[in-house]
Ligand binder design. Structure first.
Ligand code: CMC
Length: 428
């Protein structure tokens, strides 16, 4: 894959590196031999210029606002596909035939229930536990329940673990919700779609029939599609790093969930909606915009800006349309949505945000939709985790199958004390 070379001139030595070409996107300088040949490391905290792996799953062009899964644009997938189809595509590399699709959805359906004993785990949590705290714990515990799919060297066990994770995540997330609100948990209903079943397990109660609203089902399925994978983001890199040591898939996905929880990553939609509630009324928006621009104020407009997208977030464009569909269909009239629409307008026309290329990201809009559907803000990141499990699992499988895979072990620029003499306590 290497055609060109790049030379690094270090004064006393020159080191030559191969340059690899991807199918699209920037070339990469392969610096694996740098330390061996020069005794130097590279320094790239935040990994802004570092490709950590080779991947065939997802491509992002942040300048152009392009997101492709296995070559298919996110706009096409969000418009015409379904979350289950996108899951198949990410895992297998190609879109399914009708028979493949039926087989895959049936297989996932057969794994929707969780081990009955696992249900007991929930009772150990406080009722006010954050759903992400429960998700980290319960998903991590799956390695104790599903021993027969933890041998990462066995391709069949890897496949079963992948299917289990994707299938059980809605059940686990819905149970976390039910536990918090004090309602009985519902068993999965395999006559429904993946997303319809999740809605029923979340909002249904045993005493009443539950009808899935098709507009809501489609909107949520679309949110799942938009969050399914996103290249080597923080949580995916966490899953890969955890997996690089040979840890089992359930432990790796639990690590991904922990990373996703942060407000700069998956926690952003929760933080964005909390911010909109705090703003409260469109008249208060200018004050918040001023705070976001003030260098001495740590406040940031949540749901704005992105590490990679510096033009627009293509997922946000799709979500923006869906917001209007869902609000219209549900007849929701909430001042938070007025604040959101006004804030979007003001920030998009503000020089600071234009200059720094800070556009609303997917989480700005997904929070509004999820809230209109009836999810409490604390569930937002859990829904992101549910959807991203597909990407995590696909990336984890790709990593395990990569013959070049080694344990991930970054180095550092050490700026601490040099070696010094230890003085016993009584002499200090
Ligand atoms: N509000 C106000 N100013 C901002 C914001 C914001 N939301 N985001 C970035 N800036 C400013 C920042 O202060 C900096 O200014 P300066 O150059 O004067 O120091 C400049 O823009 C560049 O910011 P950065 O922190 O260097 O950019 P980054 O690429 O490291 O951070 C980010 C990206 C997403 C963490 C950041 O934009 C942010 O904190 N946004 C709010 C949180 C959020 O919505 N996160 C969801 C991301 S999308 C979901 C996902 O993919 O996980």
């Amino acid at each position: 894959m290497s055609e060109k070379t790049a030379t690094l001139d270090l004064g006393e030595t020159k080191v030559e590196f191969p340059v690899h070409k991807g199918t699209i996107g920037p070339d990469v300088v392969d610096i694996r031999k740098l330390y061996g040949q020069s005794g130097r490391f590279t320094y790239d905290p935040g990994f802004t210029s570092t490709a950590s792996c080779e991947s065939k799953l997802t491509y992002i062009d942040g300048e152009e606002g392009i997101l492709l899964h296995r070559g298919y644009s996110i706009e096409d997938l969000a418009e015409d596909s379904s979350f289950m189809e996108v899951a198949y595509l990410l895992l297998n590399g190609e879109l399914p035939t009708p028979d493949d699709y039926d087989d895959f959805t049936r297989t996932i359906t057969l794994h929707t229930m969780v081990h009955e004993q696992l249900r007991e785990l929930y009772r150990g949590f406080r009722r006010d536990a954050h759903p992400m705290a429960i998700m980290c714990g319960v998903v991590g515990s799956m390695s104790a329940f599903y021993h027969d799919s933890t041998d990462i060297k066995d391709p069949e066990q890897r496949t079963i673990a992948s299917h289990r994770l994707i299938a059980k995540m809605p059940t686990i997330a819905a149970m976390a919700f039910k536990y918090a609100v004090g309602q009985p948990t519902l068993y999965p209903d395999n006559s429904l779609s993946y997303t319809g079943n999740f809605l029923k397990m979340t909002f249904g109660v045993p005493a009443e029939p539950y009808e899935v609203n098709p507009v809501v089902e489609r909107a949520l399925d679309r949110i799942f599609i938009l969050h399914a994978d996103h290249e080597q983001n923080a949580s995916t890199s966490t899953v890969r790093l955890a997996g690089s040591s040979g840890a089992n898939p359930f432990a790796c996905i639990a690590a991904g969930i922990a990373c996703l929880w942060g407000p700069a990553h998956g926690g952003a939609n929760e933080a964005a909606l909390n911010m909109l509630k705090e703003i409260g009324h469109p008249s208060a928006i200018p004050g918040y915009i001023e705070r976001a621009k003030d260098k001495n104020d740590p406040f940031r407009l949540m749901g704005f800006g992105h590490r990679v997208y510096k033009n627009h977030d293509p997922r946000a464009t799709v979500m923006r349309k869906t917001v209007r569909e869902v609000l219209g269909s549900l007849g929701v009239d909430d001042p938070v949505f007025d604040v959101a629409l006004e804030l979007e307008e003001m920030a998009l026309n503000d020089d600071y945000f234009i200059e720094k290329k800070l556009f609303p990201n997917v989480d700005f809009y997904s929070g509004i939709i999820l809230s209109a559907i009836g999810f409490p803000t604390s569930m937002f990141t859990a829904l992101f985790a549910l959807a991203r499990t597909v990407g995590w699992v696909a990336q984890w499988n790709e990593m395990i199958e990569d013959p070049d895979q080694r344990i991930g072990r970054p180095r550092q620029l050490y700026t601490g004390p040099v070696q010094r003499e230890y003085l016993p306590l009584e002499k200090r």
